[in-house]
Design a protein around this ligand. Structure first.
Ligand code: 5GP
Ligand code: MG
Ligand code: MG
Length: 190
């Protein structure tokens, strides 16, 4: 509960209204995702592509519960800035280091909301001669989807609430919260 976390961690959490997933719940779910991916990619060496910055905690935990020779790369695309709504415009800010040709790539995302970022990424990466391309997201907000896109692996489905923590930010803050929580409206109505 939030009361427990506030006692346990102190003052960092005053802007959080509700905790959706605790650190142990996240760890358990990622363990399951790792097992699924390990099973699905037997005999292959998948390349995880983490989307900066939100997916950093997730890809770090996920790669360590995949029992295969995994490699990873990171990519940055433009995001919302300090707003809580998507602009729909996507640009590559940092591209992959290596070619994707012949690789079995898995995009690792923090959250799929409208799906516009993912649609762009899928089209962009598919044009690079990948052997296969799948999507693993920690969170999915299907009620806000603007394009028909489904992640292949999904940690948790969530309602239409703006969440922070475990990599997810508001104006670059709260990424280091160990759980996923809902931000108090007062924080972004300021
Ligand atoms: P989409 O293009 O699917 O609308 O948005 C994807 C990106 O928007 C995510 O990678 C994330 O950076 C941001 N985003 C969407 N929903 C949320 C949310 O509830 N909280 C936070 N912190 N970011 C979100
Ligand atoms: Mg993201
Ligand atoms: Mg953000």
């Amino acid at each position: 509960s939030l009361e427990y976390v506030l006692e346990e961690y102190g003052v960092m959490h005053e802007d959080i209204k509700e905790i959706l997933f605790s650190a142990p719940e996240i760890a358990n779910r990622i363990q399951e995702l790792g097992k699924e991916i390990t099973r699905d990619y037997q005999g292959r060496q998948p390349l995880l592509i983490g989307i900066l910055k939100g997916a950093v905690p997730f890809i770090a935990d996920l790669m360590r519960v995949i029992d295969l020779p995994v490699s990873y790369d990171l990519m940055a695309v433009s995001s919302y800035g300090a707003s809580t709504k998507s602009s729909g415009t996507v640009r590559i800010l940092k591209d992959l280091d290596a070619a994707l040709e012949g690789r079995d790539a898995i995009i690792v995302e923090d959250i799929v909301d409208t799906g516009l970022t993912l649609k762009y990424l899928l089209e962009n990466l598919r044009s690079r001669q990948v052997n296969s391309l799948k999507v693993c997201t920690l969170l999915d907000k299907p009620s806000r989807r603007k394009v028909a896109i489904q992640p292949d692996y999904n940690g948790f489905e969530i309602p239409d609430k703006f969440v922070v923590g475990y990599g997810l930010d508001y104006a670059e803050n709260y990424r280091n919260l160990p759980y996923i929580g809902v931000l108090k409206e007062a924080v972004y109505q300021k």
